[in-house]
Design a binder for this molecule. Structure first.
Ligand SMILES: [Zn+2]
Ligand SMILES: [Zn+2]
Length: 134
């Protein structure tokens, strides 16, 4: 597959291996992406905690192509977007249903090993990420 990589010297299109959906993840084929304001700051070297090289990012609509062995809540063929926050699931805030305040929060496409400006990416689905077909 192809993916976009932001370097200090500019943006390149590079080849990469299609990721594998593991556990609760699903494999998504990218349909359309948007450019987040934070992507522009990162490419300009002006983002406070996202420095090139990086894999942009999280504004996306795609189609679920494969389900991990424990995936739940979406089906192959569903149109989806992503919940870009990646709470740890084990800290005090996460286990008390306040994962938006996770003490170890990560963000998709921000220091994370994947971004959505690629032919495919994997993500853990959430119920609110599925949109009606048609
Ligand atoms: Zn954004
Ligand atoms: Zn947490």
């Amino acid at each position: 597959m192809m993916r976009i990589v932001v370097h200090n010297t500019g943006v390149t299109v590079e080849t990469a291996v299609v990721p594998t959906a593991v556990g609760a993840e699903v494999l998504v084929e990218t349909l359309v992406v948007g450019v987040c304001g934070s992507d522009i700051h990162a490419a300009a070297g002006q983002h406070p905690f996202l420095q090139p090289p990086c894999l942009p990012r999280h504004e996306v609509v795609g189609i679920v192509r494969e389900l991990g062995s424990d995936a739940d809540g979406v089906l192959v063929g569903d149109r989806v977007t992503v919940e870009p926050t990646l709470p740890c699931g084990v800290c005090k805030m996460c286990v008390t249903d306040r994962s938006n305040l996770c003490e170890s929060m990560r963000f998709f496409g921000c220091g994370y090993e994947q971004g959505v400006m690629a032919d495919f990416f994997t993500s853990r689905p959430v119920a609110s990420m599925s949109y009606p077909k048609g």
